[in-house]
Ligand binder design. Structure first.
Ligand code: HMG
Ligand code: MG
Length: 302
């Protein structure tokens, strides 16, 4: 066991968290959420995506949101770009990192980005090239690395195949996503190990949705392999519009509480993070998806 002493969290709440919300969330609320996350100590925030507004209407205010953030030194702001059109729109807002997003499953690739895995790589290649030429970092998200809503179980070999393709076009680091939260610790470790055939440990992050309540266990399983980068969503917001029934990412508050309890450094102030989660949960009129936040808020009110 080589459990890391430090973990870096990317909060994907403003993007993965909010993209699935039916009611439009005003840009000002998204901006305030980002401000609260950075005030809580988050050093990486996935802010928005430059995708078709017909496909994901909630992200149509990408320019307004990116333009409205009072950027803090030392914080990296990332955005999703599925193709050159998205990249050309994103670059105007000067993101620190762009994310191309592919899938280990053919069926999910078709549903999510309307093309095959091979076609997606052809689309991503010029995006990666343009980003690197502009001095923008490049991350690759890999969906359905454990299971797919359309194809069922996904073999680790298919994860390794996708990771190899992304590495081949110059992607610098990758997210191993359990999009529909069906993974369990050993399966998630296999997906991570398949990815580690192509990327070093510092370039691999865990992105676990919590649909089946396994995300914290899966995070611990990833830590056991030495993985120290994770994506999580404040208040456990979210889900993917093209993965029906999938709930949000593991709640950032729950991950931070677990890591603090294990003596692992995150640089995050849990109380301020809980306030950020309460802010967006109150706006949405919903109880937080974070067990830790609910427990702490209940205690505060007593
Ligand atoms: P398409 O229909 O195949 O694209 O969609 P197209 O090139 O044929 O263009 C069709 C129309 O879309 C045209 O407009 C284009 O201009 C426009 P029209 O002439 O009809 O008015 N268009 C765009 N508009 C804005 N921004 C763009 C863009 N590209 C084309 N970038 C496309 C292909 C990829 C655009 C579409 O499928 C799409 O937008 N998909 C988005 C899917 C998405 O955002 N999913 C959620 C994020 S992924 C996720 O959540 C998983 C993750 O969290 C990891 C995990 O958990 O698994 C990352
Ligand atoms: Mg996701």
């Amino acid at each position: 066991m080589n459990i890391p002493s430090r973990v870096r969290l990317i909060d994907v709440g403003p993007r993965d968290g909010l993209q699935n919300e039916k009611q439009p969330v005003p840009a000002a609320t998204k901006i305030e959420l980002v401000h609260r996350l950075q005030a809580a100590g988050l050093r990486e925030i996935e802010v928005t995506s430059y995708v078709s507004p017909k496909w994901v209407p909630q992200m149509a205010d990408n320019h307004e949101v990116m333009g409205g953030i009072a950027r803090q030194a030392g914080v990296a702001y990332s955005v999703l770009t599925p193709n050159l059109k998205g990249f050309e729109a994103a670059v105007l807002d000067q993101p620190d990192e762009i994310v191309v997003f592919g899938s280990a499953s053919e069926a999910f690739s078709q549903k999510n980005i309307n093309c095959s895995i091979a076609e997606s790589i052809e689309r991503f290649a010029p995006v990666v090239e343009a980003a690197l030429a502009a001095g923008i970092r490049v991350r690759g998200a890999m969906s359905c690395t454990v299971g797919c809503p359309y194809e069922g179980d996904i073999a680790p070999e298919r994860v390794a195949y996708l990771a190899g393709l992304l590495k081949g076009i110059g992607v610098q680091r990758v997210d191993v996503a359990d999009t529909i939260g069906v993974g369990t610790p050993r399966k998630v470790q296999k997906a991570l190990q398949a990815t580690l055939q192509h990327f070093g440990i510092d370039a691999v992050s865990g992105h676990f949705h919590d649909t089946y309540g396994q995300a914290l266990s899966n995070t611990l399983a990833a830590l056991e392999l030495g993985v120290w980068n994770f994506q999580s969503s404040v208040a456990g917001l979210g889900g993917c519009p093209y993965a029906k029934g999938a709930t949000g990412n593991v709640a950032t508050e729950d991950v931070v509480y677990m890591l603090q309890g294990m003596g692992i450094e995150t640089g995050i102030d849990l109380d301020k993070l809980i306030d950020a989660g309460a802010y967006i949960s109150d706006y949405l009129g919903r109880r937080s998806g974070s067990r830790v936040a609910v427990a702490v808020l209940t205690k505060r009110n007593n």
